[in-house]
Structures are given as C-alpha cells and as structure tokens.
Write a protein of this length. Structure first.
Length: 69
C-alpha cells in the first residue's frame, strides 16, 4: 500500500530512471553533457563537497525513511 510519504520517493526514482535512460545508463555521457551545459550556464551546476561551506551544506535525502519507535 502506497502512502503520502512514498510519493516524493516515487518521484525521485522516476526522475533517476528518466535520466539514466536519457544517457543510455552511461555516467560518462551524463558527466560530459552536464560539463558542457555548465560552460554555457551562468551558474555552477555541480561543486565538489570540499568546495561547500558549512552554511551551504544541505541535508541528504534518504532512500528509505527513518524507522519510528
């Protein structure tokens, strides 16, 4: 049975599937595409973890929700 809590995860999984299919499941193709796109964009699309300051760190999404006690 699906719940309201499952909807965001389902959406994330669907986006992942579409992106994987778009690049034929090839990470190198995806990386090259986003590097080229970043060159033409006015903002940085990706940054390494060490480039983040503590103020800009984001909370990671979990694949499964934490267990309730």
């Amino acid at each position: 049975m699906k719940t309201k809590r499952d909807e965001p995860l389902e959406e994330i999984w669907a986006i992942r599937r579409r992106l994987a299919e778009k690049f034929d499941y090839d990470l190198k193709k995806a990386g090259e595409y986003y590097r080229q796109r970043q060159k033409t964009a006015s903002v940085k699309l990706y940054c390494r973890e060490e480039e983040l300051s503590p103020a800009t760190d984001a909370v990671a999404l979990r694949e499964t929700p934490p267990r309730r006690r």
